[in-house]
Design a protein around this ligand. Structure first.
Ligand code: ZN
Ligand code: ZN
Length: 232
């Protein structure tokens, strides 16, 4: 899998143009809203930092769940999210595998939520760090004993749960949308404890060698969209 690291690192660098500015721009939005006397932070902050962190991380992971659901259900969004799903074997760096358009969606929605909730800088950075660490963990090849996974899955998304989401079987792909905590999938009936039926996309143009080529990964989503328009 050594060939994959430069590819994922390249995608990571590209997405950092967008992703590294998510906490910065989100905090700027938070400050702006705060100065305008807008946002819910003014009511949440007096309750203390632990409460603020729980509110912010709950809202952020819920929004990520909704956006991820939409990335699967809306064809023009799925065109870009397929870059993440065509990976043939998951490893920690697979968590970094996103098309910049998908990162841009994360940026816009992150800014909007920060404007609404006006979190402090500490809360914002801590939450993004937790989300990134759990994402790297659940894309990794760590094989935990079933009992440990079952215990962890009361709260966090484990590698075996996220592998189900990366299965080519539609029923399994359309489950376990949460990337950090399992609560949203449990609440909305998309939690799936089955064994993953496979890995990657076995029925699409991005399967096989195409899933390893940087240029193809960047351009193919636009061809996918154009092809769809021609068929309409
Ligand atoms: Zn997905
Ligand atoms: Zn994933």
């Amino acid at each position: 899998m050594l060939w994959k690291w430069p590819l994922h690192f390249g995608l990571f660098l590209l997405s950092q143009f967008v992703e590294i500015i998510v906490p910065i721009t989100a905090y700027t939005a938070s400050l702006a809203a705060h100065q305008m006397g807008f946002g819910l932070g003014q009511f949440i902050m007096p309750l203390g930092w632990p409460v603020e962190l729980v509110v912010w991380i709950s809202a952020l992971t819920f929004m990520i769940y909704i956006v991820h659901f939409a990335l699967h259900r809306v064809r023009s969004l799925w065109a870009f999210h397929r870059i993440h799903h065509c990976d043939e074997n998951l490893e920690a760096t697979s968590a970094l595998r996103h098309h910049p358009v998908e990162d841009f969606i994360a940026l816009v929605t992150g800014i909007a939520l920060a404007f609404l909730l006006t979190p402090s800088l500490n809360t914002l950075v801590f939450a993004f760090a937790i989300i990134m660490l759990i994402n790297l963990f659940n894309h990794s090849r760590i094989e935990l004993p079933d009992r440990v996974s079952t215990l962890l899955e009361w709260i966090v998304v484990t590698p075996r749960l996220h592998r189900v989401h990366h299965s080519p079987l539609a029923r399994q792909t359309d489950s376990n949308f949460g990337g950090t905590f399992t609560i949203w999938d449990r609440l909305f009936g998309t939690f799936c404890l089955e064994r993953a039926a496979g890995m990657g996309l076995d029925h699409e143009s991005l399967a096989g060698p195409n899933s390893r080529d940087f240029d193809t990964l960047m351009l193919e989503p636009f061809k996918f969209l154009f092809k769809g328009r021609q068929q309409d």
